[in-house]
Design a protein around this ligand. Sequence first.
Ligand code: D5M
Ligand code: FE
Ligand code: ZN
Length: 488
Amino acid sequence: MAFVSERGTLLEPGAIEFLLVQRDPIGELEGFFRSCPETPFVVTLEAIRRSTEIAQRAVARIPSAAEPRVVADVQPIPASFRRLGEKAEDGHPDIRILRDITGRSTCEGTLDDFTRYFRNRFKVLGDMLRQRRELGGTQDIAKARRSTREVRIIGMVADVRTTKNGHRIIELEDDADRIPVLLPADSVLASEPVVSDEVLGIIGTVNAKGLLIASSLVRPDLPTAKAFPGTRGHGRVAFMSDIHVGSRTFLEDKWAKVSDWLGKDDEVARSIRYLVVSGDVVDGIGVYPRQDEELTIDDIYGQYEALARMIGALPDRLAVILLPGNHDAVRPAEPQPSFPNSIQKLFDSNVTFAGNPSLLALEGVRVLAYHGKSMDDLVSSIPGLSYRKPLEGMKAMLRMRHLAPIYGGKTPIAPEAEDHLIINEVPDIFVTGHVHAVGVDQYRGVVIVNSSTWQAQTPYQKMRNIDPTPACLPIVDLATGQAVIREF
Ligand code: D5M
Ligand code: FE
Ligand code: ZN
């Protein structure tokens, strides 16, 4: 730390902890100082984290090439000494489904179910917020509203609106009461992307009119830094989604290319042991109006049979994990269970079926896989978010610790007894699909991946100005967390 004191600067304890788990702490710190216009008095965790995140962001895509090539490369996350994956050494795949809804659905959609669902969401996320240092000594809204001192409350967003003067007003609810919260126009809080039904903490003071004037907003978020667990071997996992088999726009030639490459004796291809496919594996039947005009296979089993043949032609060393999406033949309400037996039996034994979402462990590396339908609601609620930037939407989910915070939008949510869409455990890798874009990044030590699609732009997407980035394969090294994207 002599290096720091020489500069007359102090390091916040959190910043020290963060730096110590980096691969090259001094290098990171030097990079940070280079990025500052003048030497700061105190180096905060927030500032140092922001600086390393920017340095690690993926590079832009390079236009299509004849040979698959690497179009993005996110640096490895420093491995902790908690090395896992002993089992994989004998060559057998090591897949565990730690969490999904399959076989555990309890809801019937009654009014009681909804009340219970929201109570559970509020309780679990509220407990997470209470762990936050900033939120020590929180009060119920009913009590806080009578206080003249600074208060800390936790609530669920019942409504959010912008006043004509640019202030934002959130209606925040707890089990018993409700209070309007003002995010002043002249503070950074006014530009915070608050969405309906998320659970957050507010610090502020209540004015004479009963309005809580916020000075800070606290999200459950992820711990500030985390190491990648790492495996002993150099096995890799590849990610796909949105294959849309059966659609006229399914890219058969691109599939042939990726399938061929996976079977090649290429160093990277050979190391891919797992393929996680996060939903919309087929185009489905009757998913949108006049879909029949856009199908080449108009039988649902026919579509899954075609997919089973495609997957069956992939090399045997690949263990494939299939999740459903909003085009697949399971209930549309999330959490979605895994495919029924009538579909599972069409596939070879190297395929594992999981629900949407599901938390998987691949050789001990925890992968949170979610199709990503809720992105439709996030894109329409958060200014600046777009279908072209799914990674930003994924980070918003991680900050809210919820995969589908907005209720009653385009994402159907089943009111289960427990909210399975809460991001309870912090994963090592977080993957979504649905938006037919591709990208890799990191957020607080979690590798984030948006898998591409194997479908060209559809007439619907053309009309909505959605420009997909098909035929890209994100690949993550299970030993280091390093992520690359290959384009086919
Ligand atoms: O979704 C593929 C893409 O199309 C994804 O970016 C969302 C967009 N999409 C699809 N349906 C809708 C609706 N109803 N509203 C808004 N955006 C939509 P896929 O699930 O493959 O159809
Ligand atoms: Fe899709
Ligand atoms: Zn989808």
